[in-house]
Design a protein around this ligand. Structure first.
Ligand code: ZN
Length: 411
């Protein structure tokens, strides 16, 4: 009898433990989030995974360990993390503005497009190149990943307007007008030299018109505030910010302030939240890390005009420094603070997700694509409905995508 009492006491104690460590309501939320995450189409509007793929040793069809320099994304891990669709960026760093340099950038861009087409043709059972919104829904049904292409930096267009259509025909469905420095199209939000055109250049205006004509989305991430308003003034179609956050929550020139967000809603566009920690939250200073990276930057000419061998060496040392001085990371809860802010300010219809995985995107609890479900879980915890979450994961972005096609007469 005594033993029985003791046993039931032990049982009661463990039942209590289980209850406090994982309350039934938290378990219920988790189940609900998992179900929603599986059911809705999930789309990430910006990843730099092609940077990885350009290295011969990286095979997108194989599973990699993100903590061992394996990158944040590959087809097996996309499936594991329930990510149905992603934009892979054809990325070009900003170089000098002259015809010879434009030609080098143009050729490099075409190389990356070719590499992507080849990689996708090699694994038709896992993924396909997607060109329209409908492709993603069809591929989701078929259990395959939908891979879209975005051109990050309009630099390789040079001053040849016909290149916009060339890149469209290669599969690009958006162009991020600039990167970290001013180019021939517009000013960047982060060029230390200050503005070059005071917003959009005359050529940049032609580029906007051409993109509208083709139904190609205009990506305003990276461009200066003045260029942003210039774009809004002339575009006939809604815009995207493929990877940017709310400046009211994290004061960084890469993010959009409240006035810019109001203007975005008026345009009917969408801001796709980036998970790069320094755009999510003011992180505590880490001087050892900062000076190590500053030193690397200085030794390699500010990462400008480097040969392929030098770039490979920079990447190797970059990875080495990253493991020696791991970057402090923001959390999914910090990210969802941006969602809350934007939804409170302009409503649920203008926000989505664009991680910047493989371009610096990582959160403590969303370190690679396998942990994407944690974003859905946090949204569920904060009371977002399935309908809201569907809008955030793809509905809002696809509305903008369709509208761009419609204005171009393509639907
Ligand atoms: Zn970027």
């Amino acid at each position: 009898m005594k033993r029985l009492i003791l046993l039931s006491l032990v049982f009661a104690f463990f039942a209590m433990l289980v209850n406090t460590s994982c309350t039934p309501s938290e378990e219920k939320l988790r189940q609900k989030a998992e179900k929603i995450h599986r059911q809705v189409l999930t789309l990430d509007s910006h990843t730099d995974t092609p940077l990885r793929m350009m290295r011969s040793e990286f095979d997108i069809s194989q599973r990699h360990d993100p903590r061992e320099r394996g990158g944040k994304m590959d087809f097996p891990r996309m499936e594991e993390g329930g990510l149905d669709a992603a934009f892979f960026a054809v990325f070009l760093g900003q170089g000098v503005l002259n015809p010879e340099a434009y030609e080098v950038a143009r050729r490099r861009a075409i190389e990356i497009f070719d590499m992507l087409h080849e990689a996708l043709e090699k694994h038709p059972e896992m993924a396909e190149l997607a060109l329209t919104p409908e492709d993603a829904y069809r591929l989701e049904e078929e259990g395959k990943r939908a891979i879209y292409i975005g051109l990050e930096n309009g630099y390789p267009i040079g001053e040849d307007l016909s290149m916009v259509e060339e890149f469209y025909n290669m599969g690009a469905r958006y162009i991020t007008l600039s990167h970290t420095r001013n180019n021939q199209i517009c000013d960047s939000s982060t060029d230390n030299a200050g503005p070059l055109h005071n917003g959009l250049s005359d050529f940049g205006r032609d580029v906007i018109g051409e993109m509208n004509r083709l139904g190609m989305m205009i990506d305003v991430s990276h461009i200066s505030d003045k260029a942003y308003y210039d774009v809004l003034e002339i575009t006939r179609a809604p815009i995207i910010a493929s990877h940017s956050n709310a400046r009211a929550i994290c004061d960084n020139p890469r993010n959009l302030d409240d006035d810019m967000l109001h203007a975005l809603a008026e345009n009917g566009g969408v801001i796709q939240l980036c998970i790069l920690s320094s755009y999510v939250k003011d992180m505590p200073p880490y001087p050892e890390r900062d000076s190590a990276f500053a030193d690397l930057r200085q030794r390699y000419n500010n990462f400008e005009d480097l040969s392929d061998e030098e770039m490979t060496e920079v990447r190797r040392q970059w990875d080495e420094l990253n493991s020696k001085f791991p970057a402090p990371l923001a959390t999914v809860a910090d990210l969802v603070d941006h969602v809350d802010h934007i939804v409170n300010l302009i409503g649920i219809d203008y926000v989505g997700i664009g991680t910047d995985f493989d371009g610096g995107g990582a959160l403590e609890d969303c370190f690679d694509v396998t942990e994407m479900g944690n974003i859905t879980l946090e949204l569920v915890r904060r009371g977002y409905s399935k309908k809201d979450i569907e809008k955030i994961w793809s509905g809002n972005f696809m509305r903008v995508f369709r509208e761009n096609e419609k204005i171009a007469g393509k639907r």
